[in-house]
Design a protein around this ligand. Structure first.
Ligand code: DX5
Ligand code: ZN
Length: 224
């Protein structure tokens, strides 16, 4: 099943509740929350208080993508604020296994993220302890960037590894997902689509979400 996780990074931060409800109405399964610290990535966004407010505004599970240095220091606060899924970057973690276990011990689903320049081999040892792998299809930091198609082979590699090792993790992709790129992502094996600009960048977010999901679902039918 294909799931859509609209990224509130491209929403109007003064109308987050309204935009979260529009995403829900458009068929979103998750709400993607981009946390940036100005160190790991060259941008600053939001912290646990905003996650707590979102938690009260929507029933959708909150998928918190931590683009921060030293995530261990903040994971308890994000879990406490209501993050249901928490992902951390391989590139930001000195003891990745410990960090992923920490997420689970706080009652959230752990995910690991790799940047476009990071190979799948770098997360091979943690594939058995994550609920999802997030493959970045842009360099993290900003919404509205161009999709990097050369990252798709990593999705195909993950699909193969998962089946060879009988693992369960889901595969998410983030960055530049739009009506133009969604079919390539789903065809490669992406199951959770993050979309910021394509949902909140123009027009009606609920209609935009529905349209993306429709294209993604049709692409899955083509696969079988
Ligand atoms: C980028 C963020 C993304 C971003 C995606 O660093 O992790 O989640 O919001 O935005 P679009 O879909 O506009 O590329
Ligand atoms: Zn993200």
């Amino acid at each position: 099943m294909i799931q859509l996780a609209p990224s509130i990074l491209s929403a109007d931060f003064a109308r987050l509740g309204e935009h979260a409800r529009a995403a829900e109405e458009g068929g979103a399964s998750l709400l993607h929350v981009d946390v940036m610290d100005g160190h790991f990535v060259p941008n600053i966004t939001l912290g646990p208080p905003v996650v707590a407010s979102l938690r009260r505004a929507t029933r959708l599970p909150l998928d918190c993508h931590l683009m921060i240095e030293d995530p261990d220091q903040y994971i308890p606060a994000f879990a406490e604020a209501g993050a249901d899924w928490i992902s951390v970057h391989q590139e930001a973690c000195r003891h990745l296994n410990r960090t992923l276990e920490l997420i689970r011990s706080h009652g959230a689903r752990p995910g690991v993220v790799i940047n476009p320049a990071t190979p799948v081999e770098f997360i091979s040892e943690v594939l058995g302890i994550v609920d999802y792998v997030l493959v970045m299809s842009v360099n993290p930091g900003f919404g509205g960037q161009k999709f990097i198609a050369s990252t798709l082979h990593k999705v195909r590699a993950l699909v193969e590894l998962r089946s060879a090792r009988r693992l369960q993790f889901r595969i998410e992709m983030d960055g530049g997902i739009s009506a133009e790129t969604v079919v390539a992502a789903v065809t490669a094996g992406v199951e959770i689509l993050v979309a910021g600009n394509a949902v909140f960048g123009h027009g009606d977010p609920a209609a935009n979400a529905r349209e993306l999901l429709k294209l993604a679902t049709e692409a899955t039918w083509q696969k079988v």
